[in-house]
Design a protein around this ligand. Sequence first.
Ligand code: NAD
Ligand code: ZN
Length: 355
Amino acid sequence: MFRNIKTVPHVLFGRGSFDRLNEILAPKRSESAAFMVFLVDRVFENRPPADRIPVEEDDRLLWIDTTEEPKTGDIDQLVARIRSSADRLPGGIIGIGGGSTLDTAKAVSLLLTNPGPAADYQGWDLIHYQAVYHVGIPTLSGTGTEVSRTAVLTGPDKKLGINSDCTVFDQVVLDPELLQGAPPDQRFYTGMDCYIHCVESLKGTFINAFSRAYAEKALDLCREVFLEDSPDPDDKLMMASYFGGLSIAYSQVGICHALSYGLSFVLGLHHGLANCVAFDCLEEYYPQEVEAFRRMLDKHDIRLPRRLTADLGAEQLTRMTDVALILEPLWENALGKDWKQIMTPEKIRQLYQRM
Ligand code: NAD
Ligand code: ZN
């Protein structure tokens, strides 16, 4: 399997790097007297780094509510709002926040130049035109969205990303200081997203030396952060997330992510938490890794919610199963070409019933 991977062309890393954003944007502003649109998680409305965002007179700063993960309809509304506020396209979209905000920024930058609703582009390589220049600045680490070629959205009938080379950020700013203040449970859930990316990449059938190199390093960093009292955990987690994202760029995630998408779609669970709930039920597939995960849960005093599917009716369970089954490449990576013989709808339902 060959993949001609598009990666982020510009990466600024280090404590305090956020304060260089103005310099990064300056050439884009002068190119065509362009204005910038900052899409920022609403959690920062009255706290740092909001006071240090380099907003200039013509720019727009839009607060993004991430109570729920981004929906295709949210993207359509944001695009309409940006279009109606000016007679030209912005020179840049800058996303500041966790995975939900960064995916919103990616999707908005794509939909400003590609006609029609966001739901039309959920899938693989459906984008026709280059996106508006877009910058990602994570304030949580683990999803790997800062380096991935997808913007995950919940649409009317599926949770699926807009996967394309144009989705990849033009620039990311990785400033570990921005992780300060993240609630410990959320930091854990999002961090585990990275841990699970690496496990599923390493254990999958698509694995190769490229993916292994990044996943092994990222797993080491995750262990240092979540099992040891190692120095500079935020710096390490930020690099683990980035490497985990690079690993799955040349492989794929697996069973946990497929199940997690169904959980999020039907129960509205955020991705990191949904992953943790699913992973905890997968010792049959990832025995040692689930055992280490449980030690991490204990060390960080995290109590996962239980019996989430106990009251679901047959129709909702079927819906969950159908959403999981759409993700064919994930199943194929995890279980091989004959995955349909192993992972039947009934088996998926049984796994969900354990959650
Ligand atoms: P998130 O962006 O959904 O944020 C979770 C919560 O943390 C929100 O309430 C947010 O306000 C808060 N938050 C974020 N940063 C904070 C900070 N520094 N301090 C205090 N609160 C903070 O969380 P996430 O786990 O980073 O992202 C999940 C999303 O990423 C999902 O939508 C998922 O589908 C997507 N995702 C995308 C990819 C990809 O490659 N595109 C990969 C994995 C997940
Ligand atoms: Zn993930």
